[in-house]
Design a binder for this molecule. Structure first.
Ligand SMILES: NC(=O)c1ccc[n+]([C@@H]2O[C@H](COP(=O)([O-])OP(=O)(O)OC[C@H]3O[C@@H](n4cnc5c(N)ncnc54)[C@H](O)[C@@H]3O)[C@@H](O)[C@H]2O)c1
Length: 381
């Protein structure tokens, strides 16, 4: 039985992580909660018999008996500090996205984890959902041939228009957050998870709607000032004539465009908005067949062959991290992957400012383009 401490008992903790931990209580037990707002820490701790609520981080880190895992659910600008202190205190850490604000900070955290001999896992968990585990194998099997293009779109009006959001929506429109860090990160993690590290980024973007009425009842009459790009259009070059394109925005009221499409020489993988948020959910596939036209066409709503214990993307991450700590799984949500995605997001902003394509320097493990035994690294070398 693994013990867990949660830092930051706000919206995502209440909405997903605390119920997710409870759902997995055969594997883990929450023993400590920390929030600077006492009521939040106490409400979270009350869900788990014997758990202790803390309002001091030092006291939390000194929890009697320690814990096997600290989950960092604080707002993005605090991730470097909170994760770093937990690693220094000798804990494994699972951080919500982004891993940190800069590559240098991310590298510092990786170094701290190494010094402590502890593991650092990073959200988003999209690649450990049942769907993406299967799709990666599906592409690796050669089912859609050589992948050529991955398009993705994730858009909304952002948390100011999310009437049931319980946190502070203004944070999401400030420098250092924005649609890319908040939700575009899911797509970049999926795109690079499928195609491997990207080599170059070119982006356009800007602030399309500079002020927002906040529609959350507790913020009635208040507005949010938009201080970072609310439209980001990103082009990625994966090398070997394989490309990616992402639209990430807080200026999209609604859309019928699929959220994720991966095109190969022999077929298409397509995930609609109503499919995306269920990690065990269905996927649409299109297969070409040059020899037999009758075998060509869409297969709609194809189920995942091996669903896992949870549908939620976030909850899939908790399960994966626990399995890694138990030695039952190999880490997929690595700091190296999160650092590469962070580099893409920061390079995209730099490209918006400079008007130039930016070469990427970071890299991480294997990818689904190693189709049918072909080793991409060998091809490239
Ligand atoms: N809300 C969601 O649906 C959602 C989904 C996926 C990921 N996330 C990510 O989860 C993280 C938290 O988002 P949220 O929506 O829950 O925000 P939130 O503002 O609702 O919650 C953050 C909590 O952290 C606490 N906090 C602030 N400073 C702290 C400190 N120094 N020490 C300890 N606690 C502190 C706040 O009091 C608050 O309770 C962000 O990285 C966000 O990107 C959120």
């Amino acid at each position: 039985m693994l013990t867990i401490g949660v830092v930051g008992c706000g919206d995502v903790a209440t909405r997903a992580y605390l119920p997710g931990i409870k759902h997995l209580e055969d594997k883990s037990r929450l023993v400590a909660c920390f929030d600077t707002i006492a009521e939040r820490a106490e409400t979270a701790a009350a869900m788990f018999p014997g758990a202790i609520a803390y309002t001091s981080y030092d006291a939390f880190l000194a929890h009697p008996g320690g814990m096997d895992l600290v989950i960092n659910l604080t707002p993005a600008p605090l991730h470097r500090q909170i994760t770093g202190q937990a690693l220094e205190a000798g804990y494994n850490v699972f951080s919500e996205k982004p891993i940190a604000a800069t590559i240098e900070q991310a590298n510092e955290l990786v170094a701290l984890a190494g010094q402590a001999g502890k593991q650092l896992f990073c959200a988003p968990a999209v690649m450990v959902t049942a769907r993406f585990r299967w799709l990666k194998e599906y592409v690796q099997s050669g089912a859609i041939g050589r992948p050529t293009l991955n398009t993705a779109q994730i858009g909304s009006m952002g948390p100011a228009a999310w009437r049931t959001y319980t946190g502070d929506p203004t944070v999401f429109y400030k420098p250092g957050v924005g649609p890319l860090i908040d939700t575009g990160v899911y797509m970049l993690t999926a795109m690079t998870g499928m195609l491997g590290p990207a080599k170059r980024v070119a982006a356009m973007g800007g602030i399309a709607i500079p002020e927002r009425n906040i529609l959350i009842p507790a913020f009635e009459g208040k507005t949010a000032k938009v201080e970072t790009e609310d439209i980001m259009m990103i082009h990625l070059d994966f090398g070997e004539n394989t490309f990616g394109q992402l639209l990430s925005s807080f200026a999209i009221p609604q859309s019928h465009v699929p959220m994720f499409e991966l095109f190969g020489e022999g077929g298409t993988i397509s995930i609609r908005r109503d499919q995306w948020y269920n990690g065990n959910g269905t996927t649409d596939l299109y297969l070409r067949n040059e020899a037999d036209e009758t075998q060509e066409g869409w297969r709609e709503n194809v189920p995942v062959p091996a669903p896992i214990a949870t549908d939620g993307i976030l909850e899939s991450g908790i399960l994966h991290v626990l399995e890694c700590l138990e030695g039952e799984a190999t880490p997929v949500m690595t700091a190296a992957h999160a650092t590469h995605v962070l580099e893409i997001m920061n390079a995209a902003r730099e490209s918006v400012r400079s008007g130039k394509a930016i070469a990427l320097t970071t890299t991480f493990g294997q990818n689904a383009r190693d189709v049918a035994g072909q080793d991409l690294a060998a091809i490239e070398s």
